[in-house]
Structures are given as structure tokens and as C-alpha cells.
Design a protein around this ligand. Structure first.
Ligand SMILES: Cc1ncc(COP(=O)(O)O)c(C=O)c1O
Length: 414
């Protein structure tokens, strides 16, 4: 980037100037603001924890050992869905008593880790998993399990439908629950402690969550009638977040927590939730350097030095993140621009309004990229994944180094 001082924009993330971050670590750079994260954890604690609804963080949104270490010092539980996530959490010292395992196709190694009590319990997705886990566990020391059920609530951002459970691959359909419960009762190796249902992502309305907990409560009544003392219902994650820091929050946590608590009141059950995105998204930003600005046809393309490889979400499902000019020499009036990455694809990151003066060397951040960005990054084009930096109160610390060309080729056997 340019080193001259007369900047028209000179912004910071977590109290650290974007220029300093770019000069220290290079770009693209994935930046996590720990103050923002802690604010969000507090918000969840006040809304859910205060109502005795357990909050777990869905590690799939973003996990690294340093984040696990940070989360270990909070009251959060952690949901892991692979051996890689489990080992990452262990490396960060996250206690096994607060972890549980998810996934609809667990490997033998993952099931053995569950039996070895490297997590507190398993969320069983299907009948085959039930049998495979029971075959590994000793009857003298049963493994705690939940059954994931498919409540048939399919949530879209602004609507939901009851599908009868047949339209998504996850969980055991409600109609098959009684038979699964009979089988669990026959297996002394397993101890059923709860039921689980997660209905989707980026849900901005209250109603699908309430419909889901109603279905879970009905399922719990079936389980209790069959002699299973159900202690807990986990209602999944899926809470939507906004595009940019100034936008209104799509869903009020207080309203959701109050709604869930009210539905379950007097039923003798504990509730849990497991958001990923809503906890981590706002803390994360992706910092890029502008490579070139091109007027072609009727469009103006701003080409960034990242894109598809470090954030596939805009291309995968049209995700939008607010682009913010962090450092630029000259801004000028706003004009339409298409942000693209540098990969050998049409990796458009969206049409936005950006200042006319934006030029090569300026810094742009995509905001609210904390969730499913780094965790979905790839080595497409054999690009290295970016470094990850934690910022807080004007200080910065690298917690994952960026991949070099040597890293990208380290598994090649030639
Ligand atoms: C079982 C389960 N729980 C929780 C989550 C977290 O969802 P979100 O990040 O949208 O809150 C997911 C996301 O896919 C999930 O599959």
C-alpha cells in the first residue's frame, strides 16, 4: 500500500489502524476484535444465561486454538463437528465437560473420541450412528447422548414451513422417533439425556424458533411417555446477523430468549441454544488491499487481493458484507462498484457503492465476516489462507500465521 500520510480515510479495527495491520501482517488479513466478541457473549449471557438457557458456540463458524482458549474462560459450551475441531479446542484448553459432538456422518475415530469422553455428550444424527456408538461403548459406563430430530420446520430468512421432516438430510424424522427411542432403551451403553433440533441459518424471525421448540417439547413428551427422563432440549443456532455494523439487528435476543423460556416454562426441562454466526460474525473483518480499479463496459470493478479462496460465501450463496474503505488517499463522491477477488473465476463479491477515488493500494474491509469465512476458506488457485489476528483495545496479536507457497505444497509427495 501507499506510505504517504495524507489519507482521506484512515480507520481502525479494535483500536488498531488498518494501515498498521496491513503493514505488519500483509493482506488479505482476517481480523477478530475480541472486545466485540466479548460484548456479544455478554449479550447472550444476559438474554439466555439469565433465563437458565445454556449457550453453546457452534465452532464450525470459526475456530482456532486461540479462540478456544478465549472461550474456555467464558461460560459458553462448545459444539464441535469433526476431529479437527475437537483437537483444535483441546489445544486451546477448552474443557471436555463443556463440549459436545455434532455431525451426520461421524467417522470411527470421532466416535472413539466420544466414547473416550473427550466431549461430554454426542448428538446422534441417525440410527446407524446409534448402533455404531453403542458397539464401541461399554455397558458398565454408558455414554451420554442426545438424539437430533428433524422437526420438519424449515426456516428461510423470512418464512418457515412445516415439511413433515422429509426435506433435509439432518436428524431423525419425528415419525421415526418412537422406534429410535425403543432402540435406545435396549442399549445399556447409551444414556439419553436430551433432544436436539437445528432448523437453519440466518433466521430473522421469531416464529420458526418457537415452532421448533414446540415440536421439541412434543417430542420430549413422547420420550418421557416411553420412559426416558429427558433433561435438556437444544434448539440449535441460526440467529441472523446484519450486513454492516450500522444496520439494525435482524432478531432481538431478548425476545427470542423470553419466547423460548415461556414455551418451556413448567415442563421440568432445561433449554439450550448453539449459535455460531450470531456470536462471532460481528467480531470479524476481512482486510484487503485494492489491486486495480477498472471501468469496463458499464461497470466499475474494484479488484481486491483476496476473494473466493478466503471468503467463498458471496459466491456460494450471495452473502453480502458491508465493504468499508479503511485507508485511501482520495475518496470523492460515491459511485456504484462491483467488488471482485483476484482468483481465476468470476468471483464477484457484490455490487456496492464505493468512492470514485478508490485506487490501487487503498485498503478495504469487508465487515461482519467473522462467521463461515475463515472456516470456509480454501487453497483455490493454490493461494495461501490469510493470517488471523486478534485485536483488542489498540493491541494486536497474530493467532494463525498466513500460509506460504511452501505450506500450500507441503502435502505434495513429489
Ligand atoms: C447443528 C448446528 N448447530 C448450530 C449451527 C450454527 O448455526 P448458526 O451459525 O447459523 O448460528 C449449525 C450451522 O450449520 C448447525 O448445523
Amino acid at each position: 500500500m501507499r506510505t504517504d500520510d495524507a489519507l482521506a480515510a484512515d480507520k481502525s479495527l479494535g483500536g488498531v489502524s488498518a494501515r498498521e495491520l496491513a503493514e505488519t501482517y500483509g493482506t488479505p488479513l482476517f481480523v477478530v476484535d475480541l472486545d466485540e466478541l466479548d460484548l456479544e457473549i455478554d449479550r447472550f449471557g444476559r438474554a439466555f444465561g439469565a433465563r437458565e438457557i445454556a449457550v453453546g458456540y457452534a465452532g464450525k463458524a470459526f475456530l482456532c486454538a486461540a479462540l478456544a482458549e478465549h472461550l474456555a474462560a467464558t461460560p459458553l459450551r462448545l459444539d464441535v463437528c469433526s476431529l479437527g475441531e475437537l483437537v483444535t479446542a483441546e489445544r486451546g484448553g477448552f474443557p471436555s465437560a463443556r463440549m459436545y459432538f455434532h455431525g451426520c456422518g461421524k467417522t470411527g475415530e470421532e466416535l472413539r473420541a466420544i466414547v473416550e469422553r473427550r466431549v461430554a455428550f454426542d448428538v446422534i444424527d441417525n440410527r446407524e450412528e446409534l448402533e455404531r456408538l453403542a458397539a464401541l461403548a461399554p455397558a458398565s459406563d454408558p455414554v451420554d447422548v442426545m438424539l437430533r430430530i428433524n422437526t420438519g420446520i424449515e426456516a428461510h430468512t423470512h418464512a418457515f414451513v412445516r415439511t413433515g421432516g422429509e426435506n433435509t438430510k439432518f436428524g431423525i424424522p419425528v415419525a421415526q422417533l418412537p422406534a429410535a427411542l425403543v432402540r435406545v432403551a435396549e442399549l445399556p451403553q447409551l444414556r439419553l439425556i436430551g433432544l436436539h433440533a437445528h432448523i437453519g441459518s440466518q433466521i430473522a424471525e421469531l416464529e420458526p424458533f418457537l415452532a421448533n421448540v414446540d415440536e421439541l417439547l412434543a417430542a420430549a413428551a413422547i420420550a418421557v411417555a416411553q420412559g426416558h427422563p429427558i433433561a435438556e432440549l437444544i434448539c440449535g443456532g441460526g440467529i441472523a446477523v446484519e450486513e454492516g455494523p450500522g444496520d439494525p439487528r435482524p432478531l432481538e435476543l431478548e425476545a427470542l430468549a423470553a419466547g423460548l423460556a415461556e414455551r418451556a416454562a413448567g415442563r421440568g426441562l432445561r433449554l439450550g441454544i448453539e449459535p455460531g454466526r450470531a456470536l462471532i460474525a460481528r467480531a470479524g473483518s476481512s482486510l484487503y488491499c485494492v489491486m486495480t480499479v477498472k471501468a469496463q463496459g458499464r461497470r466499475r470493478f474494484v479488484v481486491l487481493d483476496g476473494g473466493l479462496a478466503d471468503n467463498p460465501r458471496p459466491m456460494l450463496y450471495g452473502a453480502r458484507h458491508l465493504p468499508e474503505v479503511m485507508a485511501a488517499r482520495s475518496l470523492g463522491p460515491d459511485e456504484p462498484a462491483t467488488l471482485t477477488g483476484r482468483s481465476c473465476e468470476n468471483d464477484e463479491m457484490g455490487d456496492y457503492i464505493l468512492p470514485r477515488g478508490l485506487a490501487a493500494g487503498d485498503l478495504v474491509a469487508m465487515r461482519i465476516t467473522g462467521a463461515y469465512t475463515y472456516s470456509m476458506a480454501s487453497n483455490y488457485n493454490r493461494f495461501g489462507r490469510p493470517p488471523v489476528v486478534f485485536v483488542r483495545g489498540g493491541h494486536h496479536r497474530r493467532v494463525i500465521r498466513g500460509e506460504s507457497a511452501d505450506d500450500v505444497t507441503r502435502l505434495d509427495m513429489v
